[in-house]
Design a protein around this ligand. Sequence first.
Ligand SMILES: Nc1ncnc2c1ncn2[C@@H]1O[C@H](COP(=O)(O)OP(=O)(O)OP(=O)(O)O)[C@@H](O)[C@H]1O
Ligand SMILES: [Mg+2]
Length: 296
Amino acid sequence: MIDVVCIGQAVLDCITRGKESSPYRPNVYRAESIRLHTGGDAVNESMALAGMGFQTAIVCGLGWDIAGNLIENELARAGVNTAGIRRIEGMDTPIANLQVAKDGSRISVNSGATRLPGYRILPEEIPEASIVSFASLFRPPLEDYSALRELILAAREKGAVICADTKLPLTDTVLLENLKEVLPLIDYIFPNEKEAAYYSQKETFPEMAAEFRRLGIRNVIIKTGAEGCFVSGQKGEFCLPAVPVSDVVDTTGAGDNFVAGFLSGILRSCSLKDCASLGLEQAARSITHTGGGTTL
Ligand SMILES: Nc1ncnc2c1ncn2[C@@H]1O[C@H](COP(=O)(O)OP(=O)(O)OP(=O)(O)O)[C@@H](O)[C@H]1O
Ligand SMILES: [Mg+2]
């Protein structure tokens, strides 16, 4: 039996740190390090859960290319069930090019590959699991309303607890109302504060959460970065502070790790507060190293 299936993005991150121009040659640069990391919401979340010892599966799309091979190998090495990976002929596996300067400033370069052209998940690709986690609603491969409705319904028909993280839309305006038939099937939603404000059109955390809950979502967990989180559920409403981290290296994937920690609490039948604490602890662990997943 699978504990959690994570559905969403798989990306290879190429991270360059401490780039400096050479005093001798204008078009040559040196860097402190250039490393490949696995990334993407579904990869980060599934690897974190597999690392905690849970039976974890992933549903994602990869191209038939070197980046796809690396990601699939790393997932398998981490113990993630990779049967739900679909390799797509003619599609590039998304590679994100990230540059972190010595002063901490960042440049990120993406291509159209992040839109996953040619990959749409089919309801029958979702395996039976205790939890189905939509690693980011409203971003490819989970941005099409009608496909999302079908996938959420399919997950519910299989009896899973349904969890969903969010991202801001890339281009078009997204209205939660367009998913109103299936929102009451979502047990837990995990927007960060910007996403919660965008999708609810409200200003304070209690108002944002109330709007999600008015639409039928049972438990709303708003991730508030270095502050921690705000939680509003059937059994109460509270804020929890983040676990203090003195040596923050990189917060990429902190949100995905928060969700993984929280889901580990659901699997252990913990209270809402204990689930949130497990999320904060896992997120804090993840920000002490570069990248959201592992380094190759
Ligand atoms: N500076 C920090 N110190 C301690 N914990 C942090 C810090 N930054 C983030 N976190 C932890 O990470 C969690 C998730 O971070 P955040 O609110 O930025 O989510 P997110 O925007 O969804 O992240 P992501 O970039 O992965 O999408 C927070 O709820 C908190 O627990
Ligand atoms: Mg996030």
